[in-house]
Write a protein that binds this ligand. Structure first.
Ligand code: HEC
Length: 152
């Protein structure tokens, strides 16, 4: 029977100390989620539309969500972190439809998509997303492709 050789690597072949470990600092990767083709950072509405949206907001929404959009007794805030936490990763179209189907909570289903689109534009503006050159279309095929995200 031939002796079995256990191939042990020779000791002593000292490798130089590795350079300070390249510990992957929790760097957030460049957003690798091409869920939608555009985002709210791309200037998806016009300034004029914000004005129309504000008028609609004042007459249709402010009595519950407040003049400052911070919400009220039951109505949730429509600006700031809590709101964005609820909506990030979703589409602008879904936000428009949420309003169209559920708001005002005491008598929903009566607002037109145009009204809901304009009001949503007002909310986008209030949350710090930039205006662009053209109105946001009411077409859901367009708005469903626009992603809500907190950071660019
Ligand atoms: C009669 C009071 C009332 C009015 C008027 C009203 N809302 Fe609301 N809204 C609520 C309440 C209450 C909630 C939270 C409970 C719910 O989701 O039904 C809410 C929730 C919402 C949400 C969901 C918020 C989130 O973070 O998920 C949106 C968006 C919204 N409202 C938009 C609007 C818009 C836009 C208008 C005007 C067109 C409007 N609401 C008018 C009472 C109201």
């Amino acid at each position: 029977m031939p002796a079995l050789f256990l191939g042990l690597a020779p000791l002593g072949a000292q490798t130089p100390a590795p350079a300070p470990a390249a510990a992957p600092a929790a760097a957030s990767p460049p957003s690798a989620k091409p869920a939608a083709t555009r985002s709210v950072w791309d200037g998806v509405y016009s300034k004029e539309q914000v004005g129309r949206g504000q008028k609609a907001y004042n007459s249709l929404c402010a009595r519950c969500h407040g003049d400052n959009l911070l919400g009220g007794e039951e109505a949730t805030p429509l600006v700031g972190k809590e709101f964005l936490d609820n909506w990030k990763g979703k589409s602008v179209g879904s936000l428009i439809e949420e309003t169209r189907k559920k708001m005002p909570s005491d008598g929903p289903g009566k607002l037109t998509r145009q009204q809901c689109t304009d009001v949503t534009v007002f909310l986008l503006n209030a949350n710090g997303f930039p205006a662009g050159g053209a109105d946001l279309a009411t077409d859901l095929e367009v708005t469903n492709q626009i992603l809500i995200k907190e950071k660019k």
